[in-house]
Design a binder for this molecule. Structure first.
Ligand SMILES: Nc1ncnc2c1ncn2[C@@H]1O[C@H](COP(=O)(O)OP(=O)(O)O)[C@@H](O)[C@H]1O
Ligand SMILES: Nc1ccn([C@@H]2O[C@H](COP(=O)(O)OP(=O)(O)O)[C@@H](O)[C@H]2O)c(=O)n1
Length: 674
C-alpha cells in the first residue's frame, strides 16, 4: 500500500478563473443507488459520484444481492424488487451517514417482515454519530433492532419482528433530517396494503434534503403527500418503479468552494462552474444567495454558475444557516475575507457531522489569525489582522479540508503565507479530484510555486526519490533526464549525429513529449521503456554536453513549475534551472552501488547488462557530466548532501521530507493528524 499522503502544502494563491466541472452530488448519488437497489428491474445511473461514500453504498448493495454493472460512464443497478435476496449480511458503511441511516431503516423493515439478520457498522466516528431517533421510530413498528455497543449508536443488528403499521410513525426532526429521509425511502417497501403516516416531532432541520428525497422518490414512482413539514403520508399501494435511466446532478455543496473562490479571486476572468444551476433540486444551491449577500457576482444558468468577484473585500453577514447546513461551512472560510464579523447561526447539526465542525472550524480558523467565537449552535468569524502560515487539521472531514484550502487566497487580503492541509485525502469522501480541480482554476505567482530539486550522478536514485517525493507531497514531477533521453532517441531515429549541435538542438526545441499516467509519450508513442536503453542513455549523456541543446530545453523544464508544486530531478535543477528552489538535494551513492542498482533495474526490465561495463560506463558519464562546460554536475552551494549508498528508498524519502519541513513556515510537529 502506498504511504498515505500526510499533508499538502498550498502556496499563496493570487487569482481564480476558468471552468470547473463538478462531480455528482453525494446526497443524490446515494439516494438514487438505494432506490435503484430496492425497486424492481434495471436502472441506468449517469454521472454518479465516484467517492468513498458511494463506494460504501455500492458495496452494501452488492452484498445484499443487487447486480451492479458498469456500462461506459453509467452504472446499471438491478434492484431487489422489495424481496430480500440475502438473509444475512454484515455491512461496513465507513463514515457514510447517507448509507447508514437509510440502509438501517430499509433493512430493519425487510428483516422484520421477511426474516433476516443484518449487522451494520462503520468507522469509530460513525459509532459516535447518533441514530437513536431512527431506532426509536422503527422499534414501535415491530422492528427488532439491537444497538451492539452503545444504545442509540451504531453498530446495529436488525432481525425478524412483527410489523404494525397502523398508528402514525413519530420521528424527531431536530437532530438530523437523515432519519426522516431514511423512513421516507424505506417505508414504501411495506405500503402495499395500507397507507403509512409519518409525523415529525420538533422543528424539522435541513428541509432541503427532504425535498431532494421527495423529488427522487417521485422519480421512482412514489408520490408522498405532505402537510407542511410535520406530516407525510405514503399512500396505500405505493410501489417503487424504476425510471429506467436517471442522471445525477453535480454536487451543490461541492460547488460552494468554487463559488467562494470566484467571489474571492475571480477579479479578471470569471469562474464557470458546470453541473448545477437554477434547475438544481439540491438545497445547497441556495448557497448562491448567501454568497451574493457577501458580495459574489453570480449569473445562474439552468445547469451552470458563472462567478465573478463583486464587492471587495467581502461583506460580513449574519445568517440563519438551517437551510444550507453543509455549504454554510464555506461561508465561515469566506468570512476570512470580509470586513467585520460574520455570524452563522442555527448550525447545531455541525456538531454531529463527520466531526464536531463548530469546534473544528473555530480551532483551525484561529490558526490563520482569525478571531472566532463559538456557541452551541453558532460561530462568529472575524478576519485575521495579520495572516499566519498554518497547518490545518482536517479531522477526517472532507469539508474542513476544502474550506481550509480557500485560505490560500490570503495574498488578496494582505497575507503572503502558504497553507498546509493535513490528511488531504479526506476529500475522497465526496470529491476525490478536489485539489486537481482547484489548481485547474487558480493561479499563483510563479516564483511562489514551491520547487524541490534532486540532482546527482547517474543511477544514484534521483528518479526513484523524485517520484516518491512528488507522490508524498502531491506535487508534479519533472524527470529532466527523460527530456535529454527523448531528444537522444528522436535524434537516433532521425539519424542525426550527436556532433550536429544545431540539428539536435532543433529536435530538442520541438520535442513532442508528454508525460501521462506514468508513461512518457513521444509523438503519442509510449517510449518509457525504450528511453531506459543504455544506447539512448549514453547518447543522452553526449548531447547533454551541447550548450544549444541545453538552452533548447530550458523553457520546457520551466513550464513544469505549476500548482501546487514541483519536484525536479536531474543534474542542474538546483544550479541552473531552478536556482531559487525551496529545497535542494544532492544525491550520491558509491559507483559500485550505483552499477549494481542499474544492473538490477535493467535485468528486471528484461534488458541484458554486464555489471563491470555498467560501472565503467557510469564513471565515464560522471566524468562527462562533471567536466562539461555548461551546467556541469555539481551540488548547488545551498544543497543538502544525501549519500544513500546504505539507505533504503523510504529512509531517503523521510530524510528529505524532514528537510522540507524545516524550510516551511509551519513549525515542528506540523505533519501529522493528532
Ligand atoms: N536508496 C536506494 N536504495 C536502494 N536502491 C535504490 C535506492 N534508490 C534507487 N534505487 C534503485 O536504483 C535504481 C536506479 O535508480 P534511478 O532512480 O533510476 O536513478 P537515477 O534517476 O539517479 O538514474 C532503481 O532501480 C532504484 O529502485
Ligand atoms: N538535468 C539533466 C538531466 C539529465 N542530464 C543528462 O541526461 C542523461 C540522461 O539523464 P538521466 O537522469 O535519465 O540519466 P541517468 O542518471 O538515468 O543515467 C544523463 O546522462 C545526463 O548527462 C543532464 O545533463 N541534465
Amino acid at each position: 500500500m502506498a504511504t498515505p499522503r500526510a499533508f499538502l502544502d498550498i502556496p499563496p494563491l493570487q487569482a481564480a478563473g476558468g471552468t470547473v466541472r463538478l462531480p455528482g452530488s453525494k446526497s443524490i448519488s446515494n439516494r438514487v443507488l438505494l432506490l435503484a437497489g430496492l425497486c424492481a428491474g434495471r436502472t441506468r445511473v449517469l454521472d454518479l459520484l465516484d467517492s468513498d461514500d458511494t463506494q460504501v453504498m455500492l458495496d452494501a448493495l452488492r452484498a445484499l444481492g443487487c447486480d451492479i454493472e458498469t456500462d461506459g460512464a453509467a452504472r446499471v443497478v438491478t434492484g431487489l424488487g422489495g424481496r430480500l435476496a440475502v438473509r444475512e449480511a454484515r455491512l461496513f458503511l465507513g463514515n457514510a451517514g447517507t448509507a447508514m441511516r437509510p440502509l438501517a431503516a430499509a433493512l430493519a423493515l425487510l428483516a422484520a417482515d421477511q426474516g433476516g439478520r443484518f449487522e451494520l457498522s462503520g468507522v469509530p466516528r460513525m459509532h459516535e454519530r447518533p441514530i437513536g431517533d431512527l431506532v426509536d421510530a422503527l422499534r414501535p413498528l415491530g422492528c427488532t433492532i439491537t444497538c451492539l455497543a452503545n444504545e442509540g449508536y451504531p453498530p446495529l443488528r436488525l432481525e425478524r419482528g412483527t410489523l404494525k403499521l397502523d398508528a402514525p410513525i413519530r420521528v424527531r426532526g431536530d437532530v438530523s433530517s437523515q432519519f426522516l429521509t431514511a423512513l421516507l425511502m424505506a417505508l414504501p417497501l411495506v405500503a402495499a396494503r395500507q397507507s403509512i403516516t409519518i409525523e415529525v416531532d420538533g422543528e424539522l432541520i435541513s428541509k432541503p434534503y427532504i425535498e431532494i428525497t421527495l423529488a427522487l422518490l417521485a422519480r421512482f414512482g412514489i408520490s408522498v403527500q405532505r402537510e407542511g413539514w410535520q406530516r407525510f403520508v405514503i399512500p396505500q399501494g405505493s410501489a417503487y418503479r424504476s425510471p429506467g435511466e436517471i442522471a445525477v446532478e453535480g454536487d451543490a455543496s461541492s460547488a460552494s468552494y468554487f463559488i467562494a473562490a470566484g467571489a474571492i479571486a475571480a477579479a479578471d476572468t470569471p469562474l464557470r462552474i458546470e453541473g448545477v444551476g437554477s434547475a438544481s433540486i439540491q438545497g445547497d444551491i441556495r448557497f448562491v444567495e448567501a454568497a451574493r449577500a457577501m458580495g459574489a457576482d453570480i449569473t445562474e444558468e439552468a445547469n451552470a454558475l458563472v462567478v465573478r468577484r463583486g464587492a471587495w473585500p467581502l461583506t460580513a453577514i449574519t445568517l440563519d444557516c438551517n437551510h444550507i447546513p453543509d455549504a454554510a461551512m464555506t461561508l465561515a472560510a469566506m468570512a476570512l475575507y470580509a470586513t467585520g464579523t460574520t455570524r452563522l447561526t442555527n448550525i447545531a447539526s455541525w456538531r454531529v457531522k463527520e466531526t464536531d465542525r463548530i469546534a473544528a472550524m473555530a480551532i483551525e480558523l484561529r490558526k490563520f489569525g482569525a478571531t472566532v467565537l463559538e456557541g452551541t449552535d453558532f460561530i462568529e468569524v472575524t478576519p485575521p489582522a495579520r495572516w499566519q502560515a498554518a497547518a490545518i487539521h482536517t479531522y477526517d472531514d472532507h469539508r474542513m479540508a476544502m474550506c481550509a484550502s480557500l485560505a490560500a487566497f490570503n495574498p488578496l487580503a494582505g497575507g503572503d503565507v502558504p497553507v498546509r492541509i493535513l490528511d488531504p485525502r479526506c476529500v475522497n469522501k465526496t470529491f476525490p479530484a478536489y485539489f486537481d480541480a482547484l489548481f485547474g482554476v487558480t493561479r499563483a505567482r510563479t516564483d511562489r510555486v514551491p520547487v524541490l530539486t534532486v540532482d546527482g550522478p547517474t543511477a544514484s536514485g534521483k528518479g526513484t526519490l523524485g517520484s516518491a517525493l512528488a507522490e508524498r507531497l502531491g506535487y508534479h514531477h519533472l524527470d529532466s533526464g527523460a527530456l535529454y533521453r527523448a531528444t537522444a532517441l528522436a535524434a537516433l531515429r532521425q539519424g542525426v549525429p550527436a556532433g550536429d549541435e544545431a540539428a539536435v538542438a532543433a529536435i530538442a526545441r520541438a520535442l513532442p513529449l508528454r508525460f501521462e499516467n506514468q508513461q512518457t509519450l513521444l509523438a503519442g508513442e509510449d517510449v518509457s521503456d525504450e528511453l531506459r536503453h543504455e544506447a539512448v542513455g549514453s547518447l543522452a549523456s553526449q548531447i547533454a554536453a551541447l550548450p544549444a541543446v541545453r538552452q533548447a530545453l530550458v523553457e520546457l523544464q520551466l513550464a513544469f513549475r505549476r500548482l501546487p508544486g514541483l519536484v525536479a530531478d536531474g543534474r542542474d535543477m538546483g544550479t541552473v534551472i531552478f536556482p531559487g528552489a525551496a529545497l535542494k538535494v544532492f544525491l550520491t551513492a558509491n559507483s559500485e552501488q550505483r552499477a549494481s542498482r542499474r544492473h538490477k533495474q535493467l535485468i528486471s526490465k528484461g534488458i541484458s547488462a554486464n555489471i563491470e561495463s555498467l560501472r565503467a560506463d557510469l564513471e565515464a558519464r560522471d566524468a562527462r557530466d562533471q567536466h562539461r562546460s555548461v551546467a556541469p554536475l555539481r551540488p548547488a552551494e545551498d544543497a543538502r548532501l544525501l549519500d544513500n549508498s546504505a539507505l533504503s528508498v523510504e529512509t531517503s524519502v523521510d530524510q528529505v521530507l524532514d528537510w522540507w519541513d524545516a524550510v516551511q513556515p509551519f513549525g515542528s510537529r506540523a505533519t501529522h493528524e493528532d
